[in-house]
Design a protein around this ligand. Sequence first.
Ligand code: ADP
Ligand code: MG
Length: 622
Amino acid sequence: MKAIGIDLGTTNSLVAVVRDGRPEALADGEGRVLLPSAVAYADDGSATVGEAARAVAAERPHDTLLSVKRLMGRTKAEAEAEGLSTFRLVQDGPVLRIEAGGGQHTPIEVSARILAALRDRARAALGDDVGRAVITVPAYFDDTQRQATRQAGRLAGLDVMRLLNEPTAAALAYGLDKQEEGRFAVFDLGGGTFDISILHLVDGVFEVLSTGGDTRLGGDDFDRAVAEAMLREAGVDPEQAGPGLRRRAIAAAEAAKIALTDHFETRFALDTGDGRFERSLSRDQYESIVRPVLTRVAGPCKQALADAGLRPDELDGVVLVGGSTRSPFVQRFVAELFGRQPLADIDPDEVVALGAASQADLLSVDSELRVLDGGDVLLLDVTPLSLGLETMGGLAEKIIPRNSPIPASRAQAFTTFQEGQTAMDIHVVQGERELVDDCRSLARFRLTGIPPRAAGAARIRVTFQVDADGILRVSARELSTGVEQKIEVKPSHGLTDAQVEDMLQASLDHAEEDVMARFLRSARVEAERVLMPLKKAMQVEADLLTEEEATLITHAIGQLEEAMGGEDHRAVQDLTEMLDKVSAGFAQRRMEKALQAGLKDVAVDALEGELADAPVGGGAHD
Ligand code: ADP
Ligand code: MG
């Protein structure tokens, strides 16, 4: 099963994969690696993606959606305030939709089209089981924007293993993570956006120290500047030029710009409508036209360095990303700005996707790069399998999900199942299955000294910590007394790559029956939780029950117990709820009586117990 890396760009997107130990970008049937991030909707609702969509943008400006990345996780008000889009936007409750082709589409849906096209490209190249992906996002993306990107991935049928910051991906592509420590600037100048990020590498993990940029600055601005200069020279006021001429001038400007990346001089030719304008354009001439635009990158770069608290000479490297950094003028400018030669060996269009592919590979159980790195040992840069513990009913509760980067630390609260319970068994398990019996048992220990209280009243905080060496430390602590127990295990001990693969496969094979089993078992546990104290109370406090009530409750108990012997979890849930209802009056009276008797603690405990939403910990009663 191959995991892919996707650069979901504003202008262009692409997909890469590690093959034969090296990341490579995948091309479409015609050898093109970049997929324009364009989706055109026809009136019947069908969509075309990529080159074909961009080709009709001029004809169908409202139906061809471009730069939708700018709208991810945004509202109409935000988009309009920031002038993010020229499309027809509709705000529907919390959801932003774009009108195109007679229908409405969320930015997530549009992005999903692009991702699906890349997924199909990867499947054509690698086989049908391609589904796991790392997708890159700008470092400055907030939670909502990241969430939206994840959803787009899911909608495209991808299992999004991780979202990776674009600058981090670029740094990974250059192998900068192999160093002990370092500080790097990633300079990303694309078509319409400029991003600068300062990264700090510590212990193999990149931390974003600062980000900056300009969301309205990119290669397109160079093209506009050149187009306007040329139009003026041809005797046309750029403001007065019609959209057709303007578009032709911009296209000619972009062609000239790209030609000047490899040549010192090129010809600029334009059909003005009234005639043909043609001249030669040298690098120097081009540079003097676009200099005022390029100079605008300097401010954000200085600001990002200042925000990171660094001087340019404290950087250990500068990485170039984005199609516009191919230009020698841009490269020279960056070199002067940072006082060092930037890294530019890797194709700046591909570098982010290549880094994402490396990361996707490293997150996979059958990683090629990891094998190259360390032979056949399982290097734990992420947890290959979920780590969790057993809860009532023999269910596995995952605490640290698989693929979590390590070091990792998570805590969760558990509670007691029985009244007066003073001990809890902690059974640490590994694996993806829902039932403990199908998981790998790692360790067991018992927390004792829990003060006896009502069921569900005690709070036991269980903490899972995996350190950089893959050692798992589990501790359980009762919060009111502070009593604590802990244990240490090495989850990877005796575990081979093949076993990990088998365990993952088994969880996929049994996904459905596992979920049903979990539903049934948790329904049974819930039922027990209601039944046990109720049955006891009916004996001890029978005087609080009317005869009619007693009959009703006994009947409901009988029905529930019968359902618990069956396999229908819904029946168990419904009958538990029913029992809760018919015994509500009884519960109320018990509570009142307890309060009157001055047994305040018990009452409060019982009340807390009913409110407890914490899962019930392992079934130790003593
Ligand atoms: P984005 O990240 O916004 O999707 P890209 O990184 O794909 O954008 O960059 C697209 C920009 O790169 C366009 O403005 C394009 O004209 C420019 N570009 C592509 N090739 C070259 C080149 N050889 N020389 C200069 N600019 C180039
Ligand atoms: Mg980009």
